[in-house]
Ligand binder design. Structure first.
Ligand SMILES: [Zn+2]
Length: 138
């Protein structure tokens, strides 16, 4: 079976930051570990041509998801630090470093969750995956 006929699951595509419509094109052009480039987002899917930010300010909604991620991380690592009877300054540094180190993760996956969860016209369509359809972006 050719690779383009194997349809990855929605979850694996989400985790790999692939386009929600074709599950092939990358949403982000650079690695999550690229400190200067992790925040760059493709304007269009390189495979099917889907415009990711279909209206101005669409990704502002990701800010709320990112806020929830950051809060959850800080609470989790704060509870872990407190339960290990660390000194208050060590707890504070752990929480702050956790928030900073996990910025690329929360930035990317908040956008991906917004693309997969809220966008009504971005459901998977096999014809886009196979390359039979492609938006021109105009
Ligand atoms: Zn696509």
């Amino acid at each position: 079976m050719p690779d383009n006929l194997k349809v990855p699951s929605k979850f694996s595509s989400l985790m790999a930051c692939k386009c929600p419509r074709c599950r092939t094109g990358r949403v982000f052009p650079k690695s999550i570990f690229d400190i200067t480039g992790f925040s760059k987002t493709n304007d269009f899917c390189p495979h099917c041509g889907l415009k990711f930010e279909h209206e101005t300010g669409f990704f502002w909604g990701a800010m709320y998801i990112s806020y929830a991620f950051s809060t959850a991380f800080m609470i989790f690592f704060g509870v872990v630090a407190i339960n290990n009877d660390w000194a208050w300054n060590k707890i504070l540094w752990t929480i702050l470093l956790t928030a900073v180190v996990l910025v690329p993760f929360s930035y990317r996956y908040s956008r991906i969750l917004l693309l997969y969860g809220i966008s009504p016209h971005r459901h998977f369509k096999v014809r886009y995956r196979l390359g039979e359809l492609k938006d021109t972006g105009l």
